[in-house]
Design a protein around this ligand. Structure first.
Ligand code: ZN
Ligand code: ZN
Length: 296
């Protein structure tokens, strides 16, 4: 009975022990159970999909291909292997070469060896390329890490910038408030200065009025002292007259009419009434003499 080799455990089973995925690859039931949680095929990495692995049915006949034909098929298969082939293809190729080489003639064996050498020549530079790529990948990964770190630093800087902007905004608001307050104070000061100037003018006006009043008072005071002198003189004359008991003589040179005593009988009465009149005149001009106050 024809057996099939499982690509996972490498054991051989009959076809009814095998189940096949959507991609076409089949595995023994035991390996399928073990890899149930993997979402891709173990050989080609295709997605398994939701379908259960299927059993397939086939009627095998006796293989009548000659060992040489098998060997040529292997050689053709080796030529198809390239960098896109999965690693298992190379593994399988080695196994096939071993199996086939036992049964072929010398020439076919040489062809196989040649094909294997070709494969080696093609695959080896690909592996060194792969190594280079891996080195590049590592370098790129390091650069990515570096960029991530710098990104983190930039984010921190961004946060700091935002905080600083907020502070600047706060300071600007404070400054605006202070400026507004300053303007208000300035206006207030200007108003006060205007008021002061106005008051100064009022004070100056009042001072001029006061000076005029003081001049008037001085004048009146002069007049009063003039009158008082006359009264004093008159009183002295009257005293002298009453001591002598004589009639006062009429003196036409006396400038004050009140001192000219009429030559009638009741001379005393006339003189007294005349004095009285003079007193009344003075009394009517009773000006208080205020203390002079200087207004600054
Ligand atoms: Zn298996
Ligand atoms: Zn597959």
């Amino acid at each position: 009975m024809t057996k099939i080799r499982c690509d996972i455990c490498h054991d051989c089973f009959s076809l009814d022990q095998f189940r096949f995925l959507f991609c076409g690859h089949g595995f023994c039931m035991s390996c399928l159970t073990k890899t149930r949680n993997q979402r891709v095929c173990a050989v080609c990495r295709s997605r398994k999909g939701g379908d259960e692995p299927r059993q397939i049915y086939a009627s095998f006949v006796e293989d009548d291909t000659t060992p040489e034909e098998k060997a040529r098929a292997v050689t053709a298969g080796l030529d198809k292997i390239d960098v896109t082939s999965p690693a298992t293809s190379i593994e399988r190729a080695g196994r096939k070469i071993k199996n086939v080489s036992r049964h072929v003639d010398e020439e076919t064996a040489r062809e196989l060896v040649e094909a294997a050498r070709n494969l080696e020549e093609r695959v080896l530079p690909l592996y060194s390329e792969l190594e280079l790529e891996q080195a590049e990948k590592t370098a790129l990964r390091e650069q990515v890490e570096d960029l991530k770190r710098r990104l983190g630093e930039m984010e921190t800087l961004d946060k700091q910038v935002i905080q600083l902007q907020k502070k600047i905004q706060d300071e600007r608001l404070k400054h605006e408030k202070a400026t507004a307050l300053g303007n208000e104070e300035r206006k207030h000061a200007i108003r006060e200065m205007d008021e002061n100037a106005r008051l100064n003018k009022v004070v100056q006006r009042q001072q001029r009025k006061l000076e005029a009043k003081e001049e008037e008072i001085q004048q009146v005071q002069n007049e009063v002292s003039e009158k008082e002198k006359k009264i004093g003189l008159l009183t002295r004359k009257l005293r002298a007259l009453s001591k002598q008991g004589k009639k006062p003589r009429l003196n036409p040179q006396d400038p004050d009419e009140s001192l000219q005593i009429e030559p009638v009988n009741d001379t005393h009465t006339t003189t007294r009434s005349s004095i009285q009149r003079t007193h009344n005149e003075v009394g009517n001009h009773e000006y208080p003499l205020p203390k002079r106050k200087r207004v600054q």
